[in-house]
Each structure stands twice: as structure tokens, then as C-alpha cells.
Write a protein that binds this ligand. Structure first.
Ligand code: NDP
Length: 328
């Protein structure tokens, strides 16, 4: 057998953590041949709850789980981390201004980025789930100058999966027959789910997109506002599907995306498709098992261009705000 991979999860006592950790223990993140050592990071008030989760992980007797440690110190929790799942974040409180939210998260993701820089494994790969995910990832990446930027990613896979499911339902095909959808921009209400390059069963996605009423009034807002719809229906946020998307993201990063398909992830822009360099923006991406690459050569029509630009403008504003706070 191979030696264990160290996976660090922050906010481990939270709801997403609870939906995520047992699947990692069961081997769904890195496959059935890879033992995992879990390191859980929590804030001091939640360490006891995280210890309780660790007890339950013990009680699953997962054959692949090599051990679980709990800590409230990033330098302990990220020690030797190969995979870092940054789930814990400061939620937006009532009446909280965006600058306050970004500053509070700077206080979390700055120190975590520095700890990753100093103590994580050389091959560390980071996924930020905690919101605002793109800008939190930017803060962490900027605080880790020795780690390649490309190792810091933000989750838009839940948006991608939501779009897949909406399109499959609309077209009356199994979800497995929907390929090459793309989420562009920020993981926020401004995100743009792009159907124009998709393949839906034996039809091009542009066939479906030709119904502009459905596209603009139904598909795009349904995907962008799905989180709110789930809170409304369930009385709690979409934690299991968020955890599932985090698993999908990391699994595809390691295993590679299937031939002829792609997925979506927030990655460090090097200027692709006019997205300014140094933003963490969602793109259509493939993985070769090591690195994400932006899918090249897609033609962007004016309808899509306008929406991508609007979401990217929001990312630029967030970057300006965290720059003004000295966080990046
Ligand atoms: P959740 O586990 O439900 O959510 C955690 C983060 O994920 C939030 O920022 C949330 O954003 C985000 N998120 C992204 N996608 C989704 C989605 N589809 N549905 C729901 N959330 C999503 O939050 P809990 O409050 O249950 O748990 C957070 C834990 O993090 C707490 O235990 C807290 O102690 C811990 N924490 C740990 C830190 C650390 O380890 N240093 C720092 C800060 C907090 P949004 O707010 O927009 O819903």
C-alpha cells in the first residue's frame, strides 16, 4: 500500500465538515487504495465539538483512515498537509458590511495561508470552500509566497453540478449525458453558467440556449440562487451537496478529468479570456492529475461576454477591497 496522504480540514466541527469527513474517511476523496490521515482545524470554542467528530470517525473503523488529529493551531493542523480543505470561514452577519466581512476573513485566511506556506507538504493542493471563497483563496495564496499560485483553488463545483442537473432536467436526458458546461467568474449571485459550449445528449447546448427566455429568466437565476432556494425549503443551507462538490473537485484534480469533458473551478487567472491576471476566477478547466488548465479556444459570444465581465468586475472590486485592507 501507499503511504498515507495528509488531508487538513478547517471548520471541521461545522455542518459541511460533518457531511465531508466521513466520505473522506470512506476513501471517496482519493480512492480505495490511498490511506488518509486527517487533521482537523477548529477555533478554540469548537475544538471540543471537533473532538466529538473525531470520536465518531474512530467509531466508523474506516480501514483507510490512518488517524485523526484535532487542533486550533494552523501551524499544527497544516503540518505536512498534502490536501487542505478550507471550509471554516466567517459568515456574513446581519448588517455586516462587505469590508468587515472581508477583513474578518482576512484574519482567518491570511494566517492559514502563511501556515500552509511554512509547514504544508511541498505538493500541497488547496481548495477554499468558505465564503467569499474566491477572495478568501486569493488572500491565502497571497500569504503563501513559496507555494505556486496554481495550488490555490476556490470551489465552484457545486454551481457546476447544479447547472448539470438543471440542464439534464430541461432536456430530459440523464445527467451523465450533459458535458462541457462552464461556470465563469465569482462563486456568488453574479456567476455565469455557460451552456453555449455544452453537449446535452446528442444536442449542442446552444440549442437549449436558443430559448433566451428560459436561459435568462430560469436557468441562469435558478443556478445562481439555488443555495437560497435550499435554505428556504430545508431550513438549513446546502451542506451535503457542498461537501459532495468539494469531494468531486479534489477527486478530479488528482484523478484527472475525463477525456472529452471538463469541469469548473476557481483558479488563479493568468489572463485567460480577458480575466485579469491574479484573480481567482472560475473557468472551464481540465486536470491532468497534477495541474488544472483552462480550456482554450472557446468562442465567447456577446451574451456570455457581458455576463463574464460583470462577474469578473465583482472579483476586481473584492480584490480592491482586500488590497485596501492590506490583505493581498
Ligand atoms: P458550514 O459548514 O455550513 O459552512 C462553512 C463555510 O462554507 C461557510 O463559509 C459557508 O458560506 C461556506 N459554503 C460554501 N458553499 C456552501 C453551501 N453550498 N452551503 C453552505 N455553506 C457553504 O458552516 P458552519 O457554521 O456549520 O461551520 C463552520 C465552522 O467553521 C464552525 O465550526 C466554526 O467554528 C468554524 N471555523 C473555523 C475556523 C478555523 O478553522 N480557523 C475559522 C472560522 C470558522 P456561507 O457563510 O456563505 O454560507
Amino acid at each position: 500500500t501507499t503511504s498515507p496522504v495528509t488531508v487538513t480540514v478547517t471548520g471541521a466541527a461545522g455542518q459541511i465538515g460533518y457531511a465531508l469527513l466521513f466520505r473522506i474517511g470512506a476513501g471517496q476523496l482519493l480512492g480505495p487504495d490511498t490511506p488518509v490521515r486527517l487533521r482537523l482545524l477548529e477555533i478554540p470554542q469548537a475544538v471540543q465539538a471537533a473532538e466529538g467528530v473525531a470520536m465518531e470517525l474512530d467509531d466508523c473503523a474506516f480501514p483507510l483512515l490512518d488517524g485523526v488529529d484535532v487542533s486550533d493551531d494552523p501551524r499544527t493542523a497544516f503540518d505536512g498537509a498534502n490536501v487542505a480543505l478550507l471550509v471554516g470561514a466567517r459568515p456574513r452577519g446581519k448588517g455586516m458590511e462587505r469590508a468587515d466581512l472581508l477583513e474578518a476573513n482576512g484574519g482567518i485566511f491570511g494566517p492559514q495561508g502563511r501556515a500552509i506556506n511554512d509547514v504544508a507538504a511541498d505538493d500541497v493542493r488547496v481548495l477554499v470552500v468558505g465564503n467569499p471563497a474566491n477572495t478568501n483563496a486569493l488572500i491565502a495564496a497571497s500569504s503563501a509566497p513559496d507555494v505556486p499560485r496554481s495550488r490555490f483553488t476556490a470551489m465552484t463545483r457545486l454551481d457546476h453540478n447544479r447547472a448539470l442537473s438543471q440542464v439534464a432536467r430541461r432536456a430530459g436526458v440523464p445527467v451523465a449525458q450533459v458535458r462541457r458546461l462552464s461556470i465563469w467568474g465569482n462563486h456568488s449571485a453574479s456567476q455565469y453558467p455557460d451552456l453555449f459550449h455544452a453537449q446535452v445528449g446528442d444536442r449542442p447546448g446552444s440549442d437549449l440556449a436558443a430559448d433566451r427566455g428560459w436561459l435568462t429568466d430560469d436557468f441562469i437565476p435558478t443556478v445562481a440562487k439555488r443555495g437560497a432556494a435550499i435554505i428556504e425549503a430545508r431550513g438549513a443551507s446546502s451542506q451535503a451537496s457542498a461537501a459532495n462538490a468539494a469531494i468531486d473537485h479534489v477527486r478530479d484534480w488528482y484523478a484527472g478529468t475525463p477525456e472529452g469533458d471538463w469541469t469548473s473551478a476557481g483558479i488563479w487567472s493568468t489572463g485567460e479570456y480577458g480575466v485579469p491576471e491574479g484573480l481567482i476566477s472560475s473557468f472551464p478547466v481540465t486536470s491532468d492529475g497534477r495541474d488544472w488548465s483552462v480550456v482554450e479556444g472557446l468562442e465567447i459570444d456577446p451574451f456570455s461576454r457581458e455576463r463574464i465581465d460583470a462577474s469578473v468586475a465583482e472579483l476586481l472590486e473584492e480584490r480592491e477591497a482586500v488590497r485596501a485592507l492590506g490583505l493581498v
